[in-house]
Design a protein around this ligand. Structure first.
Ligand SMILES: *Cc1c(COP(=O)(O)O)cnc(C)c1O
Length: 430
């Protein structure tokens, strides 16, 4: 297999670095975890990305989740064009915002009221402020390996044991900003029980990626989510399900529909923006009505509810109403996951495979991955080899072991089978 010609990407990356820190506007794009230089993209169409050198790849990143219908889906592109012609922002309410909120509530009945923002980070940050304002409590529980955007108080490394305070994972975050955050291992309900039985009255909310997708894909153990719901109810703690990644991805109604959990608040983003920058948080009426202008908890946004972004979201969610889509995605994703799993077995490569709907992950490890500690045991050097081997063959996976593979409606059997064949070739070289 010949090496790719990526001269123009290399040149662009060198130039980008003199204007943009690290040459990228979000760190994982820099290929730091896998080495090499990032591919600069020129265009996307269906399941394909084309780079500035003219190489085309089958894309399994899907802009990190939003593109469940593929790149430049014609129906969505058309609606966006129409919307742009009517002006791109008004800073005043529109009927589009009602429409998108209705479509979201139809899929997730727990969203009694919804507030639109511009990113997932903004959604989780605002939901936490709201939970604190509503409960008049300060402490927050989050779980190791769960990512909720770059919110100050959530960028925390767990201390050793439940009694030690966590420390910020980034400079620029005062220790004081994380002193109310308790970081616990994912999938361990006893740890939550222990903290809540001691400090339940101090805890405003528990925020959790109901199915974790930011340490690779890690599924909740049986009873874990139900346990969180029960404990939070018992202690008057707001349960925030972060479905920024999983909402409209793993099922039309997200993880909460699959596991039959009714959270107090849900955070959303990615798919609900149809590829444009959108986030949202919503849930119980009495909690949501604590936000201004109804209640005292302040939250605002110049471009929130942007008409073009709302239109892209509406167009996407209208298409996703068709239940057959999730059946089809399930078949496609199963075909890919089963193919990769069998390839590993045949080649004697130890790997742990996880999947929920069109979100999946191959961990290069010989042990089950159930939390951050077990995820970290993966052979990330092997992942880097996998990544570059696939890239050279025209398949674009996430440049990090700790991310999900996303399958879209635009991926055909032909591309999926070609992916599995390339994967077989790549792991032969391990
Ligand atoms: C992507 C993501 C976020 C952050 O969203 P941004 O739009 O990148 O700010 C938050 N939570 C989860 C679960 C995510 O996957």
């Amino acid at each position: 297999m010949s090496k790719l010609n990526t001269e123009k990407s290399k040149k662009a990356f060198a130039e980008a670095q003199s204007f943009i820190p690290g040459g990228v506007n979000s760190p994982v794009r820099a290929f730091g975890a896998v080495g090499g230089t990032p591919i600069f993209i020129k265009s996307g169409s269906g399941c394909h990305l084309t780079d500035v050198d003219g190489n085309t790849y089958v894309d399994y990143v899907g802009s990190w989740g939003p593109l469940i219908l593929g790149h430049a889906e014609p129906r969505i592109v058309k609606r966006i064009h129409e919307a742009v012609a009517n002006g791109t922002s008004y800073g005043a309410p529109t009927e589009l915002e009602i429409k998108l909120a209705q479509l979201m509530k139809e899929a997730m009945p727990s969203l009694e009221k919804v507030r639109m923002v511009n990113s997932g980070t903004e959604a989780t940050m605002s939901a936490i402020r709201l939970a604190r304002g509503f409960t008049k409590r300060d402490a927050v529980i989050k779980f190791e390996g769960c990512y909720h955007g770059h919110v100050d108080s959530l960028l925390i490394q767990a201390g050793s044991g439940a009694t030690t305070l966590g420390t910020p994972t980034s400079p620029g975050i005062p220790q004081d900003f994380v002193k109310h955050t308790i970081s616990l291992p994912y999938n361990n309900i006893d740890a939550v029980n222990e903290v809540c039985s001691k400090r339940g009255k101090d805890i405003a909310c528990i925020i959790v990626e109901a199915v974790a997708g930011n340490m690779g894909v890690v599924l909740p153990k049986k009873g874990y989510l139900e346990g969180l719901r029960e404990i939070t109810k018992r202690h008057g703690i707001v349960l925030i399900l972060d479905e920024v990644m999983t909402g409209f991805r793993v099922a039309h109604g997200g993880v909460q529909s699959l596991y039959n959990i009714t959270p107090d608040l849900t955070t959303l983003g990615k798919i609900i923006g149809g590829g444009l920058p959108v986030g949202a948080y919503g849930g119980k009426k009495e909690i949501m009505d604590t936000i201004s202008p109804v209640g005292p908890v302040y939250q605002a946004g110049t471009l929130s509810g942007n008409p073009v972004a709302m239109t892209a979201g509406i167009a996407t969610l209208e298409i996703l109403r068709d239940g057959n889509i999730y059946k089809t995605l399930e078949e496609k994703s199963k075909r890919l996951a089963a193919g990769m799993e069998k390839a590993c077995k045949d080649a004697g490569i130890p790997a742990y495979h996880t999947r929920l709907g069109s979100m999946l992950c191959t961990f290069f490890t010989d042990q089950p991955v159930t939390d951050y500690a077990t995820a970290k045991r993966c052979d990330t050097k092997r992942y880097a080899k996998f990544f570059h081997g696939m890239l050279e063959r025209g398949f674009y996976f996430a440049p990090s072991q700790f991310e999900a593979v996303f399958v879209s409606m635009a991926h055909g059997e032909k591309e999926i089978d070609a992916t599995v064949n390339a994967f077989r070739e790549v792991i032969k070289g391990f």
